[in-house]
Design a protein around this ligand. Structure first.
Ligand code: TXE
Length: 480
């Protein structure tokens, strides 16, 4: 069975203890590779390598850092077929999505920050004719990057690219559920000539290897994407150590559809925002709120389209919904569908585990599910499900739509559908989310700030925000 390895000090190595964990292919429900079960000793090695590498990487001319990162981006593009297939097998997502979204975006992340390194500059402030101040941005040091399983290489690179571009060195941990593409990525780093120790990848469990990264006194900043509960735990460890923290957590995003929208577009995009990647994207619009005058029409047409979605073997070309990432996660999602029924919800379609014949007969598939008739304050409408499950509810006025949209503890993203420009601005101003899409969804410009309000996180990623996170401002004042 294939053995994934850690990447420490430029070398591919096993965990010091020799321990490993089975890595499951969720579409078959069986182990297909082994992943190192690393602990604090492996993290210690990685931190020491990163510390040593920081001495040269942090002062290397930006052009050189940029060149090596660009080579890595080239190699991702060269190996897109292999990486996409690996991502699909490891996560359960469809191969077509990995080919069109995950892997191209991983290359874009690296390239975006490779060029960003060239343009990141200091500021100067002239204080009359008395002084000149210049404000340097110095890399913070060794940083920890912890990424989740839903968009494995995409989110892994989204964190490490700005850290490396800013001159930090990194100890990173991919999710233990989806370690494969980070492993393949480490081989590309070796091939591209990334100096040893600049990036270190330590695999293993969150509570063990992950916790050791968070606790390590020489790791000065932590960038984390994952569940809100884990985010709070990380903050509880890191805050008393006064570490810099960037937390990208969960969402329960409203998708607000007004009667004056382009209904066809709203339905087509809502299918995507509900079920893309099996609904396992923090940006998915899991609560669809529809103006009452078009509620029935929307619901009928939407459910009709949902029923057409093809669930099945993610490696097959025309499949639109693949497997959920793990058995535990599938059971969590099915548990929420049961809860919804107990709360009075009506299942309009789906609602069950999907049985696929052949290779995937033991896989973790859930039918795309649409639920109605729930109070907006019930648990199904308040808690993150993170699967192919959406609720649909009517509203009567703008005020009510905003109140329903803002009723959860989350505030990551929201989508608004209307052809009325004034209304679009008015609602966008009132919805408490870090990201608002109007008449679109998941339309991304990597320069824009990315992150959530309330329990959806702390800080912003993307553009200069990420480069600033991985640097400290240092002001130098020269008296003339
Ligand atoms: O993720 P975790 P889980 C949500 C989603 C999901 C729930 C739980 O609702 O059902 O979170 O998912 C590492 N110290 N999202 O439990 O635990 C872990 O190893 C350091 C939303 O699978 O948050 C992995 O690398 N690290 C989300 C990473 O944290 C720790 C994406 C994420 O795992 C750790 C994923 C610890 N103590 C889940 N404990 C999003 N925002 O996109 C765990 N980890």
């Amino acid at each position: 069975m294939l053995k994934i390895q850690n990447y420490i000090d430029g070398k591919l190595v096993d965990a010091i203890s020799g321990a490993s964990l089975p890595n499951i292919d969720p579409s078959e429900g069986r182990a297909y590779s082994m992943v190192p079960d690393s602990d604090a000793k492996d993290v210690e090695l990685a931190v020491q390598a990163a510390k040593e590498a920081f001495l040269t990487w942090s002062i290397m001319p930006a052009e050189k850092r940029s060149a090596v990162l660009s080579r890595i981006a080239d190699f991702i593009e060269r190996d897109i077929q292999e990486l996409a297939r690996a991502e699909s097998i490891d996560n359960g997502k469809t191969l077509s999505l990995a080919l069109s979204l995950d892997i191209p975006r991983a290359a874009s992340n690296i390239r975006f920050y490779a060029t960003g390194a060239l343009h990141f500059s200091s500021e100067a402030h002239i204080t009359g004719n008395e002084a000149v101040n210049y404000t340097l941005r110095v890399p913070t040091g060794v940083v920890g990057c912890i990424s989740p399983w839903n968009l494995p290489l995409y989110l892994f690179t989204w964190k490490i690219a700005p850290a490396l571009a800013a001159g930090c060195t990194v100890v990173a941990k991919p999710s233990e559920l989806t370690p494969m593409t980070a492993y393949l990525f480490s081989k590309l780093c070796v091939e591209a000539g990334l100096p040893p120790g600049v990036l270190n990848i330590v695999n293993g469990l969150g509570g063990k290897a992950g916790q050791a990264i968070i606790e390590h006194p020489e790791i000065v900043s932590i960038s984390f994407t994952g569940g809100t509960v884990t985010g709070k735990k990380i903050a509880a460890t890191a805050a008393p150590m006064l570490k810099k923290l960037s937390l990208e957590l969960g969402g329960k995003n409203p998708n607000i559809i007004f009667a004056d929208c382009d209904l066809k577009k709203a339905i087509n995009t809502s299918i995507q925002s509900s079920f893309l990647n099996q609904g396992e994207i923090c940006l998915c619009g899991s609560r669809i709120l529809v103006e009452r005058s078009i509620y029935e029409q929307f619901l009928n047409e939407f459910v009709l389209e949902v029923k057409k979605l093809r669930v099945g073997d993610p490696l097959e070309q025309d499949i639109q919904v693949g497997a959920l990432v793990s058995e535990a996660h599938m059971n969590k999602v099915l548990g929420y569908i049961e809860l919804a029924q107990n709360e009075g919800g009506v299942i309009r379609c789906g609602g069950k585990r999907a049985k696929i014949s052949g290779r995937c007969e033991d896989g973790y598939f859930v039918q795309p599910t649409v639920i109605t008739d729930l109070d907006y304050k019930c648990r199904t409408n308040q808690e993150e499900i993170f699967g192919p499950v959406v609720t649909v509810a009517p509203f009567d006025s703008e005020e009510q739509a905003v109140a329903m949209a803002n009723s959860t503890t989350y505030g990551l993203a929201a989508t608004i559908w209307t052809e009325n420009l004034s209304r679009a601005h008015r609602i966008a101003a009132q919805v408490k989310s870090g990201i608002i899409w109007i008449n679109c969804w998941l339309f991304r410009d990597l320069r824009t700030p990315f992150g959530g309000m309330k329990q959806s996180g702390v800080g912003r990623e993307g553009g200069w925000d990420a480069m600033k996170f991985f640097t400290e401002a240092k002001n130098v004042c020269i008296k003339i």
